[in-house]
Design a protein around this ligand. Structure first.
Ligand code: NAD
Ligand code: UD1
Length: 338
C-alpha cells in the first residue's frame, strides 16, 4: 500500500508518517516547507530506519502534483497540507482560502485525473462551531464557524461531500481532530510553532524552558468547574494511529465517512497546567487574562463512532501527553534544526 501524505513533514503529518511506515506502508510525502523544516524529514527517516520519497512541492502546483502521481503508484492520500493559525486567517483570509480550499481543489482534480479516489482529510472540531453542546457527535449540524480558518475546513468538508454525491467511486474520510498535543516518545519529533505560540501546550512548554515568562490564561469566568476553558486534548501518536485506521477504511470500501478523533474527556486550562507541572517538575507561572475572542467554554468529543466503526480509540492519557511534550521541548529548545 502506497500513501501520499500532503503536509507530511508538519506536526501531525510527521507522526503519521512514522506510524504508517512502521505498519509496513509505503509513504510519499509532499510538502512545500512553508511551516516545517527539512530536518523533520531526517528525523522521521532516523526513527523508522528507512528512506522514503519526499517531494518539495506546493499542492496548488497542478503540474508538479501530476508529475508525482505519474512517477509514483499512489493508492490513497492523507491530506494534511494547510494553513492553521486562526488569528492569521482573520488577517489574511485570501491566503487561507487559496492555500486550503484552492489547494484541496487542485489536489482532488489531479487525483481524479490519475484515477486515485481515496482520501483522508484533516478536518477539525472547529466545524462544530459555537452552538453545539459537548459531547459533540458526528451527526450534529456543522458550519457555525467564526473565522476564515474554520470556514476553510467547513468548505472543504462540503466540497468532499458533494464530490462523493457526484461519484460514488470515491472513498472519503473526514477526520475531525480535537486538540492534538504531545510528541513522539523518542523526544526527536514534536510541535515546532513559528513565533509566539497560539495554542496552549506549546505556550506552556515555552514557559517551562523559560523562553516566555508566564502563561496567559484566557478567562477564568466560563461556566466550567474552575472557570477556565475545557478541551479534549489528544496525544498526537493516538491521532496518527487513527489515520492508519482511516486509510484502511477508505482502502476497504467506498463511501463518505466522518469521525471525531478525540478522547471524550475534557480538561481545563488549569488541569493541563497542573498535569504539566507534575510531569515536568517545572513550575508554570500564569496570570489570568481576559477571554480570547472566538473561544467557547467547553469542547469535547463523543469518540465512540470511531471505536465502533474503525476499532480505534485514544490510549494515551494527559500525563503521557505532558511528559512527551516536555521531553521534546527540553531536548529541542529551538525546535527542529535549520
Ligand atoms: P503543520 O503546519 O505542522 O503541518 C502542515 C504542513 O503542510 C506543513 O509542513 C506545511 O509546510 C505544509 N503545507 C501547508 N500548505 C501547503 C501547500 N500549499 N502545499 C504543500 N504543503 C503545504 O500543521 P499540523 O498541526 O500538522 O496540522 C495538519 C492539518 O491538520 C492541517 O490541515 C490542520 O489545519 C489540521 N488540524 C490541525 C490541528 C492542530 O491543532 N494541530 C487541529 C485540527 C486540524
Ligand atoms: C484552537 C483554534 C481552533 C483550532 C485548534 C487546534 C481558536 C479560537 N481556535 O482551538 O480553531 O482547530 O486551536 O489548532 O483559536 N489558552 C490559554 N492561553 C494560551 C492559549 C490557550 O488560556 O496562551 C486556552 C484557550 O482559551 C482554550 C484552551 O487554552 O481554552 C485551548 O486553546 P488552544 O490550544 O488555542 O485550542 P482551541 O482554542 O481549542
Amino acid at each position: 500500500m502506497s500513501v501520499l501524505v500532503t503536509g507530511g513533514l508538519g506536526y501531525i503529518g510527521s507522526h503519521t508518517c512514522v506510524e504508517l511506515m512502521n505498519s509496513g506502508a509505503e509513504v510519499v510525502v509532499v510538502d512545500n516547507l512553508y511551516n516545517c523544516k527539512k530536518s523533520s524529514y531526517d528525523r522521521i527517516k532516523a526513527l523508522v530506519g528507512k528512506d522514503f520519497k519526499f517531494y518539495e512541492c506546493d499542492i496548488r502546483d497542478a503540474e508538479g502534483m501530476s508529475e508525482i502521481f505519474e512517477k509514483e503508484s499512489i493508492d490513497s492520500v492523507i491530506h494534511f497540507a494547510g494553513l492553521k493559525a486562526v488569528g492569521e486567517s482573520v488577517e489574511k483570509p485570501l491566503e487561507y482560502f487559496d492555500n486550503n480550499v484552492n489547494g484541496t481543489l487542485v489536489l482532488l482534480d489531479v487525483m481524479r485525473k490519475h484515477g486515485c479516489k481515496k482520501i483522508v482529510f484533516s478536518s477539525s472540531a472547529t466545524v462544530y462551531g459555537m452552538n453545539n453542546v459537548s459531547p459533540l457527535t458526528e451527526d450534529m449540524e456543522v458550519g457555525g464557524v467564526t473565522n476564515p480558518y474554520g470556514r476553510t475546513k467547513y468548505m472543504i468538508e462540503c466540497i468532499l461531500k458533494d464530490l462523493y454525491v457526484s461519484d460514488n467511486a470515491w472513498s472519503i474520510c473526514l477526520l475531525r481532530y480535537f486538540n492534538p498535543i504531545g510528541a513522539h516518545k523518542s523526544g526527536t519529533m514534536g510541535e515546532d510553532p513559528n513565533g509566539i505560540p497560539n495554542n496552549l501546550m506549546p505556550y506552556i512548554t515555552q514557559v517551562a524552558i523559560k523562553k516566555r515568562e508566564f502563561l496567559n490564561v484566557w478567562g477564568d469566568d466560563y461556566d466550567t468547574p474552575d472557570g477556565t476553558g475545557v478541551r479534549d486534548y489528544i496525544h498526537v501518536v493516538d491521532l496518527a494511529l487513527g489515520h492508519l485506521k482511516a486509510v484502511e477504511k477508505v482502502e476497504g470500501e467506498n463511501g463518505l465517512f466522518i469521525y471525531n478523533l478525540g478522547t471524550g474527556t475534557g480538561y481545563s486550562v488549569l488541569d493541563v497546567v497542573k498535569a504539566f507541572e507534575k510531569a515536568s517538575g517545572q513550575e508554570i507561572p500564569y496570570k489570568i487574562g481576559p477571554r480570547r475572542a472566538g473561544d467557547i467554554a467547553t469542547c469535547y468529543s463523543e469518540p465512540s463512532k470511531a471505536l465502533n466503526e474503525l476499532g480505534w480509540k485514544a490510549e494515551r492519557g494527559i500525563e503521557e501527553m505532558c511528559e512527551d511534550s516536555w521531553r521534546w521541548q527540553s531536548q529541542n529548545p529551538n525546535g527542529y534544526p535549520d
